[in-house]
Design a protein around this ligand. Structure first.
Ligand code: FAD
Length: 277
């Protein structure tokens, strides 16, 4: 397969020095795959602000393209403006702009309600400096009143000045292709890169999926549950499933792949080899 595709890897900022060392090793391994960029998540309300900044600084120092996530819920215009200025001074040119989810019980005080407001604010503050990515939901965002509203809201973010989008992970390629078609029908032509979640652990995947609304199809759930504590077999099976998903997405025209690495490199390197990338 040719490498004209946009490949990117997402990390979360580690909490401990041991986690930071492990991430540095994973990053080194993944850098060999020559991704477009490495992105780093940001806890809503600014809870990981300093650790996200630190991880972005390390990525820049290693000579890679870094894309910090910024989530705006619970934040002020002043805080976001200061963060944008810091990233500009660090030479960052790419941002993943999100609303974020506040931890339950935390009131949504702040000056932004939705990601489209953040995108508009980034453009107002920094013009065309940043390439802005936003989130997309082929299986519909869990809080959207309807798929049609969710699509209209996605368009609002693109119209506010986003350059491209990364999807929530999914295991149903048809949901992605249908979503892209619907976007094209309403005039969204920017790249919509599928988000890919490798399968490491069923309980963890089920927990993530229940929060973010990504469906684990029944056939997949049943098979994964059947492996019980047999992690090596679960991972081997998960690797087959995810490799086939990536292969189909790329063969059928997806512009690239964005991997939710969970700060691991091994599974992704193997998927790469199997895809012949
Ligand atoms: P929005 O686009 O604002 O949408 C949120 C909901 O509001 C949707 O239901 C939408 O239909 C609706 N909506 C949007 N605009 C309007 C409007 N103007 N009026 C009425 N309704 C509207 N979270 C983090 O906290 N940190 C991260 O680093 C992070 N990284 C992510 C990376 C990717 C690629 C993805 C897909 C998600 C990520 N998330 C992250 C999770 C994300 O913050 C949540 O999914 C959150 O619930 C929605 O964020 P959003 O930017 O899509 O929000």
């Amino acid at each position: 397969m040719t490498r004209s595709k946009l490949i990117s890897f997402e990390f979360f900022p580690p909490q401990t020095s041991e986690g930071a060392e492990k991430l540095a090793v994973a990053r080194k391994q993944l850098a060999l795959l020559k991704p477009e960029f490495f992105s780093v998540t940001f806890g809503a309300g600014g809870s990981t602000r300093d650790r996200t900044l630190e991880t972005i600084r390390e990525i820049c120092a290693e000579g890679h393209i870094a894309a910090p996530h910024i989530s705006c819920i619970g934040s002020t215009r002043e805080n976001i403006a200061a963060l944008l200025q810091t990233y500009k001074e660090m030479g960052v040119r790419r941002i993943v702009a999100l609303r974020g989810d506040l931890p339950s019980g935390m009131a949504a005080a702040g000056e932004f309600q939705y990601a489209n407001e953040l995108v508009a604010f980034i453009r107002e503050q920094t013009g065309a400096h940043f390439h802005i990515e936003v989130a997309a939901y082929p299986e519909v965002h869990p809080q959207a009143p309807s798929p049609r509203d969710d699509l209209a809201n996605f368009k609002r973010k693109m119209d506010a000045g986003a350059n491209s989008a990364i999807t929530q992970y999914f295991y149903n390629a048809d949901a992605y292709f249908r979503f892209v078609e619907e976007c094209q029908r309403i005039g969204i032509t920017a790249p919509i890169v599928p988000g890919i979640m490798p399968i490491y652990n069923y309980a963890q995947l089920a927990r993530f999926s229940s929060v973010c609304g990504a469906e684990i199809p029944r056939w997949l759930r049943e098979r994964l549950q059947e492996f019980g504590d047999d992690l090596p077999s679960l991972r081997a099976f998960g690797m087959d499933v995810v490799t086939e998903l990536c292969d189909r997405l790329l063969q059928c025209g997806a512009p690239g792949l964005h991997f939710y690495t969970l700060n691991h490199a091994g599974a992704i390197s193997t998927i790469y080899q199997r895809l012949g990338m």
